[in-house]
Design a protein around this ligand. Structure first.
Ligand code: NAP
Length: 244
């Protein structure tokens, strides 16, 4: 029987590649996102391309009301929860610089750590022995300050705590932390040729990452051979950041 998989932010980029990887394995995959038309289109495309079933559930990971609907929709044992939603946040100019800074940090924290915390808490009762929770972090947590990097660092800290909390019940929890991944909507049109080249130059294998690079690592972490891997942040970045 196929597994039950939930991928937040599964309508595009890395989340979509993760959903495709599990659907290719014959799993039933729920993908979430905030934009109904693109999410539904992605689900239809994936559903028609792979043996597994792909279901769209419009849900903002940061909104408890949306999450309650997601719980009702899934309503069965979840084998794999992937918290992939996140990313950059458009700034809102304000007259008071401190007010603007507060808004920006609140938005980054909500988008890149609170969404994963709330989604996991909402779905907690559907997780059990042999479930895994995999959250998508970022190389930004290791290398840069700012609200995005700080929020992704907090995601790793939270995930390690989650591992300790749920480990005795047979649930694993890890963060997969990508380096530069080309071909997603992450940079919202803001990537320049010069920056693209610079990010490639930082890698050892001299190429950008692909969403599939990340999806393969997530798929492995959800496999029976990975049951003793928990509480970790695991990097997929072509050597752009090394742990030694
Ligand atoms: N691309 C990179 O270089 C890179 C590097 C390191 C880490 N990451 C991380 O990888 C993850 C996926 O990013 P990506 O590169 O695949 O970018 P992406 O193509 O923009 O994918 C993000 C997806 O998440 C959804 N989403 C955003 N906020 C959401 C929310 N609050 N609730 C539910 N869904 C939400 C978006 O759809 P809607 O806007 O319709 O909701 C979108 O489908 C993010 O966590 C990002 O921080 C990316």
């Amino acid at each position: 029987m196929g597994r039950i998989v939930v991928v937040t932010g599964g309508g595009s980029g890395i989340g979509r590649a993760i959903a495709a990887r599990f659907a290719a394995d014959g799993d039933r995959v729920y993908i979430t996102g905030r934009t109904e038309h693109s999410l539904v289109r992605a689900a239809e495309e994936l559903d028609g391309s792979y043996p597994g079933e792909v279901v769209a559930v419009v849900c903002d990971s940061t909104r408890p009301r949306d999450l309650a609907l997601l719980v009702d929709e899934v309503n069965e044992h979840i084998d794999v929860l992937v918290n992939a939603s996140g990313g950059l946040v458009a700034g809102k100019p304000a007259n008071d610089p401190l007010e603007e800074l507060r808004e920006t940090w609140n938005a980054y924290v909500a988008q890149n750590v609170l969404g994963a915390v709330l989604t996991t808490a909402a779905l907690r009762d559907l997780l059990g022995p042999r479930s895994t929770v995999i959250s998508i972090g970022s190389i930004g947590a290791e290398r840069r300050g700012g609200a995005y990097g700080a929020a992704k660092a907090a995601l790793s800290a939270w995930s390690a705590g989650l591992s300790a909390e749920l480990g005795p019940q047979g649930v694993t929890a890890n963060v997969v932390s990508p380096g530069y991944i080309a071909g997603t909507d992450f940079f919202q049109g803001g990537m320049t040729e010069a920056r693209h080249e610079l990010l490639i130059e930082e890698t050892h294998d001299k190429r950008p990452g692909t969403p599939e690079d990340v999806a393969e690592l997530v798929f492995f972490l959800a496999s029976p051979g990975a049951r003793h891997i928990t509480g970790q942040t695991i990097h997929v970045n072509g050597g752009a950041y090394t742990t030694r």
